[in-house]
Design a protein around this ligand. Structure first.
Ligand code: PEP
Ligand code: MN
Length: 241
C-alpha cells in the first residue's frame, strides 16, 4: 500500500496511483482527515481529499485506505474508502473501535506508539467482538529512548503477532523511521520478519509535502522499495501479490 501521507491535490495523488498500477500493486493510501500533533499543521483536505482518492483509484482499478478520526466521520470515509485506517493515536479510542465493529469494511489498525502488543491485540478484539473480523494489524514503530529515528520499528512484534494471531500484519517503515533513507531497509526487515504487507508514504515531490515529507519516498525510490521487497519475499518463499 503506497501513497502520500496527506492527499494534497489531484495531480499529486494521481502520480502515485499511476505508479502503483505500473508496479502491479493494488492499494493506494492517503490521509484526508489527519491526526496532526499540532493544530497549526495541515489538517487534510477532508471530503475533497476522499473524492480525489476515489477518482484516481477508480481510474487505475485500485483500493483505497484512508483514516477516520472519529465515529462521526465513518459514514463519509466509508463512502469513499475500501479500508478504514485507525491511526496510532486512536488505537484505544474505544467508541471508534466499537463503531468499526459494525462497519462492513476491513479496518487497518495501527499499533499505538505507546502500546504493548497485548493492548494492540485487545484493541483488535474490540472491533472483532462487535462483528467485524476483517482486521489488518499495522506495526508503525513505537516510542523508545532512541531519538535518532522518529520511532523504533518493532520487528520482533511483527514475528510475535504472526505466531498467535490470524490477522494479516503490515509494517509501516515510514512512520517507524521518519527518514526516507531508512524506509527501504526498514521495509525489507519488516518483510523478513514475516509482515504480510507494507504501508509506505510516497510523494512525487517529498520536499514540497504538506505532511511527513522527510519520510516520504520519491516515485523512483518507491520502485526500488518494491523491487527489493519482491526479492526479500522470494528469498522467503513468498511473493508480492
Ligand atoms: C499516517 O498513516 O499518515 C499516520 C498519521 O500514521 P500514524 O497514525 O501511524 O501516526
Ligand atoms: Mn504520515
Amino acid at each position: 500500500m503506497l501513497g502520500p501521507c496527506s492527499v494534497e491535490s489531484y495531480e499529486q495523488t494521481r502520480a502515485v496511483a499511476e505508479l502503483i498500477h505500473d508496479l502491479g500493486l493494488r492499494v493506494i493510501r492517503g490521509g484526508a482527515f489527519k491526526p496532526r500533533t499540532s493544530p497549526r499543521s495541515f489538517q487534510g483536505l477532508g471530503e475533497k481529499g476522499l473524492k480525489i482518492l476515489r477518482a484516481v483509484a477508480d481510474e487505475f482499478g485500485l483500493l483505497v485506505v484512508s483514516e477516520a478520526l472519529g465515529v462521526e466521520q465513518l459514514p463519509l470515509v466509508s463512502e469513499y474508502a475500501d479500508i478504514i485506517q485507525v491511526g496510532s493515536r486512536n488505537m484505544q479510542h474505544f467508541p471508534l473501535l466499537w463503531a468499526l465493529g459494525e462497519v462492513d469494511k476491513p479496518v487497518l489498525l495501527k499499533r499505538g506508539f505507546m502500546s504493548t502488543v497485548d493492548e494492540w491485540l485487545a484493541a483488535a478484539e474490540h472491533i472483532a467482538s462487535r462483528g467485524n473480523p476483517n482486521i489488518l494489524l499495522c506495526e508503525r514503530g513505537i516510542r523508545t529512548f532512541e531519538t535518532a529515528t522518529r520511532n523504533t520499528l518493532d520487528t520482533s512484534a511483527i514475528a510475535l503477532v504472526k505466531q498467535f494471531s490470524s490477522y494479516p500484519v503490515l509494517g509501516d517503515p515510514s512512520h517507524a523511521t521518519g527518514r526516507a533513507d531508512l524506509v527501504i531497509p526498514a521495509a525489507r526487515s519488516a518483510v523478513a520478519a514475516g509482515a504480510d504487507g507494507l504501508l509506505v508514504e510516497v510523494h512525487p515531490r517529498p520536499s514540497e509535502a504538506l505532511s511527513d515529507g522527510m519520510q516520504s519516498l520519491t516515485l523512483e525510490q518507491a520502485r526500488q522499495l518494491v523491487d527489493d521487497v519482491r526479492r526479500v519475499a522470494a528469498a522467503l518463499g513468498r511473493e508480492v501479490a
